[in-house]
Design a protein around this ligand. Structure first.
Ligand code: ADP
Ligand code: MG
Length: 394
């Protein structure tokens, strides 16, 4: 699908996305910059991507008419959140190129299938997941080895930003947490002492060509990404290289097309740099790659456009050290829960700050409202600016 191409029905080539959140919005903006028309399927009339696309189809994700409209409008289709029903993607894929494919999305949607995929990749010399057990039945709950406690119980499906998880220290707590979750399929993971967290974003084309961004160092608070840092020396080189190779293997073995992010833990194994453990993957651009909008010569969103449209993928070059600060809804409230006004002029007066707000009308604690990218000449400088910005944000 070439940019600016006029289709037989007299429209400009149109790229579609299932889901209208902030990731869809930034994808749409990247596609539009290259001259594509854009369509979003999302039931929410105020969805961040729906507000900025050319055609907003406001139906549920599995609505036949909605899917038919999306196919009719679009030359190629992608998704922006992993909980898009895989059957809807299969319907679309029968008529249009869909990237990533339904099968890869289905694996990423299900922690049980995802961990099995990671374990299979690890057998081929890759990086393995944390010790875990699958819990789908009362018998499996009983049989959980003691070594997994204290652990984290995670629902197999629909978890995000730390939701659908419970920390459990004993068998009694585990049983109570599973009951609380409605005894849905879960995995119990051993709780690891994390030295660090990182993620790697790759983009793979239908022809198998693959490019990657430098590994990102991520800091989470309450299970939600808070800060991403990417600059020389932020991670040991050997670990970074191992994470890139492992991510490439994971993408390769899924025959993945599009942008894929894989999250890793660094744990203490007695060595100075620590050891990698693979956590989870996201079959789409990722929050930890938002810095690429301002610090790289091609962003993760542009690579998604290129991959789905069958355009060349180029290796991204990071031209500035970067820190990304997530702007969660909590910032919109003071300690007493009253709404507060954020001092954007003071933030924007700091050199190298790039504000991205997602167009969400109402703030809620934990809701991702936007992010602040900080670029500068040196790692020291971006860190210092990030510190100043964090103080102003309060
Ligand atoms: P989500 O889908 O909500 O991102 P994750 O599995 O990535 O779920 O968990 C969110 C965060 O919780 C991780 O980034 C990490 O900080 C922490 N966490 C998750 N699993 C473990 C674990 N096994 N040991 C220690 N910390 C963990
Ligand atoms: Mg995660």
């Amino acid at each position: 699908v070439l940019p600016g191409q006029v289709t037989p029905n007299g429209q400009l080539a149109t790229l579609g996305v299932m889901g209208g959140g902030q990731l869809g919005r930034m994808f749409v903006q990247a596609a539009q910059a290259m001259g594509y028309f854009t369509a979003v399927l999302d039931p929410d009339p105020a969805s961040p991507a729906g507000l900025v696309c050319h055609y907003h189809i406001q139906t549920p994700y599995e609505d036949e008419q909605g899917l038919a409209q999306l196919m009719q409008r679009c030359e190629a289709i992608t998704t922006e959140f992993e909980n898009v029903p895989a059957p809807a993607l299969m319907t679309l894929a029968a008529h249009r190129p869909v990237a990533p494919g339904a099968q890869a999305v289905a694996i990423a949607q299900d922690r049980i299938a995802e961990k099995a995929h990671f374990a299979a990749c690890a057998q081929a010399g890759g990086v393995g997941p944390a010790p875990y057990a699958v819990i789908e039945t009362a018998a499996q709950l009983q049989a959980v080895p003691e070594s997994l406690l204290p652990g984290i119980l995670k629902t197999a499906r629909l978890g995000y930003d730390g939701k659908g998880q419970a920390r459990v220290a004993s068998r009694a707590e585990l049983a109570a947490a599973w009951a609380q979750m409605g005894q849905v399929p879960c995995v119990l993971e051993q709780r690891l002492a994390l030295k660090d967290e990182l993620s790697v974003i790759v983009a793979r084309g239908a022809d198998g060509q693959m490019v990657h961004f430098p590994p990102q160092r991520n800091i989470h608070r309450d299970g939600i990404l808070a800060v991403t840092e990417v600059f020389d020396g932020h991670l040991p080189t050997a670990l970074a290289q191992q994470a890139i190779a492992a991510t490439q293997a994971i993408a390769e073995q899924l025959h993945y097309v599009g942008v894929l992010c894989v999250e890793y833990f660094v744990i203490d194994d007695g060595s100075p740099q620590g050891a990698l453990v693979v956590n989870e993957m996201a079959p789409r651009p990722h929050n930890s790659g938002h810095y690429t909008l301002n610090a790289c010569d091609v962003s993760q969103f542009e690579l998604q456009v290129r991959a789905m449209a069958g355009l060349p993928l180029v290796a991204p070059r990071q031209h500035s050290p970067a820190v990304m600060l997530n702007l969660l809804g909590d910032l919109w409230f003071d300690a007493d829960g009253r709404g507060r006004t954020l001092d954007w002029p003071a933030i924007l007066a700091l050199p190298g700050t790039h504000l991205h707000l997602y167009g969400k009308l109402s703030a809620r604690p934990g809701r991702k409202m936007g992010h602040l990218n900080i670029t500068g000449a040196t790692a020291q400088q971006v860190r210092a600016t990030a510190q100043q910005a964090a103080e102003i944000l309060g």
